[in-house]
Design a protein around this ligand. Structure first.
Ligand SMILES: Cc1ncc(COP(=O)(O)O)c(C=O)c1O
Length: 420
């Protein structure tokens, strides 16, 4: 009998291939001590609220009052008054009819796309009248939902599309005409158009107003992931849908993260009552998951109140991002103009991005390093994130680190190496 295959041997071979391509990853746990002398340009704590005393105090009080964990799923014992207050205040802040809190935005994306696609199909089968602008006749014609997804969407949206029992068309990044065409030629009566507003792996902004126009004309629903926009983009950090004046539109569904600018943990969906109702009844990530822990819900609520009370926080963060981008440009580095807090310095080669991250660390600057699959092949980058609370000393440290990165990039490029 031949020896059975050794699965771990295959895993080692795959790990070797990843390492050879510069794509291995490792964990670098941080301790709880204050990071004196370290400039954090890597975290998503855009407003510096993760350690704000009102936020941490609210989390501690909630842990004492409700317990460390939620004790059950939302529909069993996991919904507390903290969750319902957070949902009410999030809906008001986002100018939405309703909001629903999840244990993560990743899960909120999965639940939203899969449950909406399934319910749109079920609605057609149950004899709902056809959408007047849609191509299907809704009466004996084809039944189904098309999901149109931007090619640079976050992994959680990619996975959501994969899990949705629907045909998915991936369209070129920020290509409104491609979305319009996909909608126009579809045989399915229903459609979802799925995009980030502030792209996490590039920092650019989606053409949201135009996307909404073509989505509405095509009889679809626009699902907007505002994970990196909440607290940073739009009036008072209300997101890009608010900036475009489409926040209250019934065909706009927003997913936000409570784990980034709010400095807490979790996610939420904001939209029409029909949308949140669909998720309560059939969102698998809502029903079959332990609810967001009460300390996280309380922290998010406290942070949301701080954001709502200070419209300048979002402006400061965006201004600091533009300042970081111009520092990088001054040293000849290629930067995508930031629309939110994220500043991506494109380096191309994943190994170069890893080296740039190490150079930053050597200068006391924590920077992110995005490589495939977070970005397309050939577009690895150093990813810097601005914070509302960045100090002059931190900008100085960033400038020195970026100057050293630029020197390394020049010396590593064929043209740079030829220089005397
Ligand atoms: C665009 C985008 N959507 C969703 C998520 C998931 O958010 P969370 O960490 O709250 O699950 C992320 C996280 O990185 C993200 O960047």
């Amino acid at each position: 009998m031949p020896a059975p295959p050794d699965p771990l041997c295959w895993l080692r071979a795959a790990a070797g291939a990843r390492a050879a391509a510069g794509l291995e990853r490792s964990l670098r746990p941080r301790d709880a001590r204050c990071r004196d002398g370290v400039t954090d340009l890597a975290s998503n704590d855009y407003l510096g609220l993760a350690t704000h005393p009102e936020v941490t105090g609210a989390a501690a009080a909630a842990a004492r009052a409700f317990g460390a964990g939620a004790t059950g799923s939302r529909l069993v014992t996991g919904s507390t008054t903290l969750h319902s207050t957070l949902e009410r205040e999030l809906a008001a802040f986002l100018d939405a009819q309703a909001a629903l809190v999840f244990s993560s935005a990743y899960l909120a994306n999965l639940a939203t796309v899969t449950a909406l696609a399934a319910a749109l199909n079920a609605g057609q089968q149950n004899g709902a009248p056809p959408c007047p602008a849609g191509p299907g006749d809704g009466r004996g014609g084809p039944v189904g939902t098309l999901v149109v997804s931007d090619a640079r969407n976050h992994a959680s949206l990619v996975d959501a599309c994969r899990l949705a029992r629907a045909r998915v068309e991936i369209v070129a990044h920020q290509d409104v005409a491609a979305v319009e065409q996909a909608l126009a030629r579809r045989p399915e009566p229903a459609a979802l158009v799925v995009t980030e507003s502030a792209f996490s792996a590039g920092g650019g902004l989606a053409p949201l107003a135009a996307l909404h126009r073509v989505t509405r004309a095509g009889g679809g629903l626009l699902v907007v992931d505002e994970a990196h926009a909440l607290g940073v983009v739009g009036p008072g950090g209300r997101g890009m849908a608010a900036a475009c004046g489409i926040a209250a539109e019934p065909d706009v569904v927003r997913v936000v993260s409570l784990s980034k600018a709010l400095g807490a943990q979790g996610g939420a969906v904001a939209g029409a009552a029909e949308v949140t109702g669909t998720l309560v009844d059939s969102g698998r990530g809502f029903i079959f998951d332990t609810a967001l822990a009460p300390p996280a819900a309380a922290a998010a609520l406290a942070a949301l109140r701080l954001v709502a009370a200070d419209a300048a926080l979002a402006c400061h963060t965006r201004a600091n991002a533009r300042r970081l981008a111009s520092l990088a440009q001054r040293h000849g580095l290629a930067v995508i103009p930031p629309g939110a807090a994220i500043v991506c310095v494109t380096l191309g080669d994943p190994r170069l991005a890893v080296t740039a991250q190490r150079i930053c660390a050597d200068h006391g600057v924590l920077a992110g390093c995005f490589r495939p699959p977070s970005v397309p092949p050939g577009q690895s980058c150093l990813r810097l994130t601005a914070r509302a609370t960045l100090t002059e000393d931190e900008f100085r440290a960033a400038g020195q680190a970026l100057a050293a990165v630029a020197r390394h990039v020049r010396s590593a490029s064929p043209v740079g190496r030829k220089r005397p």
